[in-house]
Design a binder for this molecule. Structure first.
Ligand SMILES: Cc1ncc(COP(=O)(O)O)c(C=O)c1O
Length: 427
């Protein structure tokens, strides 16, 4: 008997037993290709901005997505070229990442945060932190679980929570609380969540959390039995003497916390897709269980280049900071001169500002919030792309996010155009 006969689901390959009537039968309606769960998430904000840009004719100044405009340092690129010549890098990588890369992460954590990590069990290399955050949520939460998600937020946390089937528990970030979660609110939701997603230094608000805040969060996590994910990809883009801390600096944090980092921002390697997760070994295992069934880890040569970058992090990151410090000085002072006083960020390359007095009148697009309308007006009148605050959540309403990913000349030009338009509409 052939395999086909043993399995009635398989059509016998050596006989065409087709009923002629099936050829003339009315075709079945085509099935909806989108899984029903996709209905739980809104369109992706930055895809919407891309679509908007594609529809716009002529040159624009793009301060929308936080995608670094600079290439990685030539030193990193040379490390990559050397790594490409190694045959081993052309094979499948290991799931958790190359051991020397994980050792470099652990050594960097020791130097930067004075935190000791076991590279064997407490570090995993990722295809960027976005991938890691999404898969961590899938590896830890599902129907019946609650996930605390700050609002406004980087959209991956709420969207992956919804896709995983877990329940989203909103954690408002208010300006009067310096865009940190209210600790009393965390006490109230503590028993209802399995995972709390934090992101400091924060996108989009540029807020920084201090060690005392992290201490309180870890204390609550231990008391209520939830886990904490801290997305720390902007830790090296700071502009004051207070370096943003790691949540893992809190004694006992490794029992309940996982932290994510990225080489995208610090080393301008966004297109390379490389990042890392560190912390609680059980959470790392949960993340890797999903990854083993989804991807095969980052390209070995990219991990070697990342290892080089981390080993030379101090000098390379200092250059990146200088670049964005100059940009924020230029942009913020030019905007102030133009009549819109925007706050200078302590960290990240974002400027998060309340919308100014409304120029122009609403033209009936009631489904769009005011900041969406303002973004469209800026694009039409100034040819500048920015991100609407409400694209990051309902508590982002009324704010605008500028990503300083253009050179100083263009930032100056953008501020001038915006200033002229605001002035013309005030008169
Ligand atoms: C808070 C936050 N986390 C993660 C990412 C994605 O980083 P990566 O390039 O490492 O996936 C971004 C990118 O903008 C971000 O703002």
């Amino acid at each position: 008997m052939t395999a086909c006969h043993r399995n009635p689901d398989l059509i016998p390959c050596n006989s065409l037993r087709l009923d002629i009537s099936t050829i003339w039968a009315k075709p079945k309606p085509v099935k909806e290709p989108f899984a029903r769960r996709l209905g739980r998430i809104p369109p992706y904000l930055f895809q919407e901005l891309d679509d908007l840009k594609a529809k716009t004719k002529g040159p624009i100044i793009d301060l929308g997505e936080g995608s670094p405009d600079q290439p990685a340092s030539a030193r990193i690129t040379r490390a990559m070229v050397r790594a490409l010549a190694k045959p081993v890098n052309h094979c499948y990588p290991t799931y958790a990442g190359k051991f020397p890369a994980r050792e470099a992460v652990a050594a960097w954590y020791r130097r930067r945060f004075n935190v000791k990590l076991d590279p064997g069990t407490e570090v995993a290399m990722l295809l960027g932190s976005k991938e890691g955050v999404g898969h961590l949520i899938w590896g830890t939460c599902g129907p019946g679980d609650g996930v605390g998600v700050c609002d406004p937020n980087y959209p991956i946390y709420p969207n992956q929570t919804r896709l995983s089937g877990a329940r989203l528990v909103s954690v408002p970030l208010l300006e009067e609380n310096r865009f940190l979660p209210d600790l009393d609110h965390l006490v109230r939701i503590g028993d209802r969540i399995k995972l709390l997603c934090l992101n400091y230094p924060n996108n989009p608000t540029a807020a920084v959390a201090d060690l005392e805040f992290y201490r309180q969060v870890v204390r609550l996590a231990q008391r209520h039995g939830f886990y904490v994910l801290n997305d720390c990809v902007y830790s090296e883009l700071y502009f004051t003497r207070n370096k943003p801390p790691s949540i893992l600096q809190v004694p006992g944090a490794k029992e309940c916390c996982i932290e994510f980092h990225s080489l995208s921002k610090t080393f301008s390697m966004a297109g390379w897709r490389i990042g890392m997760a560190v912390g609680n070994s059980r959470l790392i295992q949960a993340l890797l269980r999903i990854k083993q069934n989804t991807d095969s880890g980052p390209f070995g040569a990219i991990q070697d280049a990342a290892t080089y970058a981390l080993k030379h992090s101090e000098s390379l990151a200092a250059k990146t900071r200088d670049l964005y410090r100059r940009r924020q000085n230029t942009f913020c002072s030019e905007m102030t001169r133009a009549g819109w006083r925007v706050p200078k960020p302590e960290a990240t390359f974002y400027v998060w500002a309340r919308m100014p007095e409304q120029p122009g009148k609403a033209k009936g697009r009631r489904q769009k919030t005011e900041d969406y309308r303002f973004v469209l007006e800026l694009l039409k009148n100034c040819r500048v792309v920015v991100a609407p605050g409400s694209g990051f959540g309902k508590y982002g309403k009324g704010y605008i996010r500028f990503a300083l990913v253009q050179n100083e000349n263009r930032l100056r030009q953008a501020a001038k155009r915006i200033g002229r338009w605001l002035m013309a509409n005030r008169e």
